[in-house]
Design a protein around this ligand. Structure first.
Ligand SMILES: Nc1ncnc2c1ncn2[C@@H]1O[C@H](COP(=O)(O)OP(=O)(O)OP(=O)(O)O)[C@@H](O)[C@H]1O
Ligand SMILES: [Mg+2]
Length: 105
């Protein structure tokens, strides 16, 4: 099994989620997070002054799938979360040892 953590733009969540659903990848955990990447935040104009915003709001989507499905999930997220601008996000893939369903015998 693989775990895919995708940090994406909040406004891209619906597109990503719908596309994953269409391909049968229903299970996911979604959180509001704040982060920064290679540009170390962004400069914004606020009341005529330049303000540095250090940590930018993002959405983290966590998905655990069979290893064979990981590439497809990554490809869907990459396609649906893309704008081509800085800050589109980042995808991390991990190996998973176990997934235990609590209600199962
Ligand atoms: N090395 C990292 N470790 C942990 N989180 C990261 C890392 N790089 C990016 N992130 C997370 O991903 C979010 C989006 O990052 P971002 O899209 O700016 O990545 P980037 O590598 O700077 O790419 P780009 O050049 O397209 O902006 C960040 O806000 C942060 O939450
Ligand atoms: Mg960046």
């Amino acid at each position: 099994m693989k775990k895919i953590d995708a940090i994406i733009r909040p406004e891209k969540l619906d597109r990503v989620s719908d596309a994953l659903n269409e391909k049968g990848h229903y299970a996911m955990t979604v959180s509001d997070v704040h982060g920064r990447g290679e540009q170390r935040g962004i400069r914004l104009q606020f009341r005529g002054k330049e303000v540095m915003v250090d940590l930018i709001p993002k959405i983290k989507v966590e998905i655990v799938v069979d290893a064979a499905d990981a590439e497809e999930v990554v490809a869907i997220i990459k396609d649906k979360a893309y704008t081509g601008e800085n800050g589109d996000g980042r995808i991390f893939v991990y190996d998973i040892d176990k997934s235990i369903q609590i209600r199962a015998e």
